[in-house]
Ligand binder design. Structure first.
Ligand code: ADP
Ligand code: MG
Length: 354
C-alpha cells in the first residue's frame, strides 16, 4: 500500500499554472527523490502536501486517509507530516532540545529521553541538546531540523533541498546521516533536490518535475539508462547525442551500428550514450579485439584524478565530436589517435519524440 498517493493535483498562482495534473504514489518506507531544476515547482508541491497551500484540484491521501481533495483541506497539524523546510529551519532563540520538542503535544515536551534518542538517531551527541543552533555547523543544524521533523513519529517526512547550503565535504557526511536516520525509522520520505547525483544516489525512486509536470518516475538505474526525453537525458547526467538511422532494433551513427535498449520507429533518430559507455581501448586490446572499433583523435582532456573526461573527434565520412569518461590512469594525451568501442546497448529518440 502506498503511504502517499497524489492524483490530478493542480496549483496556480495569479493565473500562472505552477503544478500540472501531478499523479504520484510513494510506497511505505521508501525514499522518493523529487528532482527538478530551480523554479520547476518542487517547493510548491511540498507546501501543498503539507497543507500550507491549497490545491486548485486533485486529491492527496496519506496512509490511506484523504487529507485534501474536492472541498476537503485538512490543516497542516492534522496531516501527520514532518517537514524540513529549505531554509531557516531552526528557531535561533531556542536550544537544540527545545527546537526538537517544538512540534510535540505539550504533555510530551518534557520527555528529555526522547530528545536524546532523536539526537542519536541523526548521529549527534546527547550533550548537544543544551546548545544554541548557532553553536552548530550547517550540517548539524540540518540534522537537528530532521530530528524535530521526526519527533512526533510522522507518517511522512518531506525534506526541501536539505543539503543545498552545505559545502561539498559536509554535504556527503550529512547526506549519509540523513539517509541512515530515515532508513532506521522506516519513514516514508520525499526529498527534494536539484542535484541529479544526489537524487540518483539517495532515492529508491526518482520523480522528475519539469515546468510543473512530472515527466518521469523511475528507479535511479532506469532513469539514468532510459530517460524519457533528450532534455532529461542531459539533465540526469552527461549525454552524448549523435544523429543516426534506426532499423531492426539497431541504430547506425558515427560510432557504427549499435544495439538499442528500447524499440523506436525506424528512421531518423538521435542516439543517446553515456560517456562511460565509450571506451578507449588499450594498444594490445585494440589489436587483438575482433569487435568493432573506431579511430578518434583526442581534442580535449579534463583530468579529475579518479577519472578523466575526454573529448574526441571521430574520423570517417561524417566526423562527430564525442565525450568519453575513462579511469584516470588510462587518460590519453591531447592529439593522440585512439581506438574506441561502445560498451552496452544505447537509447534512441525518434523524430516525433521530444
Ligand atoms: P522550486 O522549489 O522547484 O524552485 P517553486 O515551487 O519555489 O520552485 O516555484 C515554482 C514557481 O511558482 C516559480 O515560478 C515561483 O515564482 C512561483 N511561486 C511559488 N510560490 C509562489 C507564491 N506564493 N506566489 C506566486 N508565485 C509563486
Ligand atoms: Mg524550492
Amino acid at each position: 500500500m502506498s503511504e502517499l498517493r497524489i492524483s490530478g493535483l493542480r496549483k496556480s498562482f495569479d493565473g500562472h499554472r505552477v503544478l500540472h495534473d501531478i499523479d504520484l504514489a510513494v510506497e511505505r518506507g521508501t525514499l522518493l527523490a523529487l528532482l527538478g531544476p530551480s523554479g520547476s515547482g518542487k517547493t510548491t508541491l511540498l507546501r501543498v502536501l503539507c497543507g500550507f497551500e491549497r490545491a486548485d484540484a486533485g486529491t492527496i491521501e496519506i496512509d490511506g486517509k484523504r487529507v485534501a481533495g474536492d472541498s476537503l483541506h485538512l490543516p497542516a497539524e492534522r496531516r501527520r507530516i514532518g517537514y524540513v523546510p529549505q531554509e531557516g529551519a531552526l528557531f535561533p532563540h531556542l536550544s537544540v532540545a527545545d527546537n526538537i520538542v517544538f512540534g510535540l503535544p505539550r504533555g510530551q515536551r518534557r520527555a528529555r529521553h526522547r530528545v536524546e534518542e532523536l539526537l542519536k538517531l541523526v548521529g549527534l551527541p546527547a550533550d548537544y541538546a543544551r546548545r544554541a543552533p548557532q553553536q552548530l555547523s550547517g550540517g548539524q543544524q540540518q540534522r537537528v531540523a530532521l530530528a524535530r521533523a521526526l519527533a512526533p513519529s510522522p507518517s511522512l517526512v518531506l525534506l526541501d533541498e536539505p543539503f543545498s547550503s552545505l559545502d561539498a565535504a559536509l554535504r556527503t557526511e550529512t547526506r549519509e546521516a540523513v539517509a541512515k536516520a530515515l532508513a532506521a525509522t522506516g519513514a516514508t520520505a520525499v526529498l527534494v533536490t536539484h542535484d541529479q547525483a544526489e537524487a540518483l544516489s539517495l532515492g529508491h525512486e526518482v520523480a522528475v518535475l519539469w515546468n510543473g509536470k512530472l515527466i518521469q518516475t523511475a528507479s535511479p538505474q532506469r532513469l539514468y539508462r532510459r530517460p524519457a526525453t533528450r532534455e532529461l537525458a542531459t539533465f540526469v547526467g552527461d549525454a552524448v547525442l549523435l544523429p543516426g538511422i534506426a532499423g531492426h532494433g539497431t541504430a547506425t551513427c558515427a560510432l557504427g551500428t549499435l544495439k538499442l535498449l528500447a524499440p523506436v520507429p525506424d528512421g531518423r533518430v538521435d542516439v543517446m550514450l553515456r560517456p562511460e559507455q565509450i571506451r578507449i581501448l588499450a594498444e594490445d586490446e585494440a589489436s587483438s579485439r575482433d569487435s568493432v572499433s573506431f579511430e578518434a583523435l583526442v581534442t580535449e582532456l579534463r583530468f579529475n584524478g579518479p577519472d578523466a573526461r575526454v573529448t574526441l573527434q571521430t574520423r570517417g565520412a561524417s566526423p562527430a565530436l564525442i565525450r568519453s569518461s575513462v579511469p584516470g590512469h588510462r587518460a590519453p594525451r591531447i592529439g593522440e589517435l585512439c581506438r574506441l568501442t561502445v560498451d552496452g546497448e544505447v537509447l534512441a529518440y525518434g523524430a516525433g519524440s521530444s
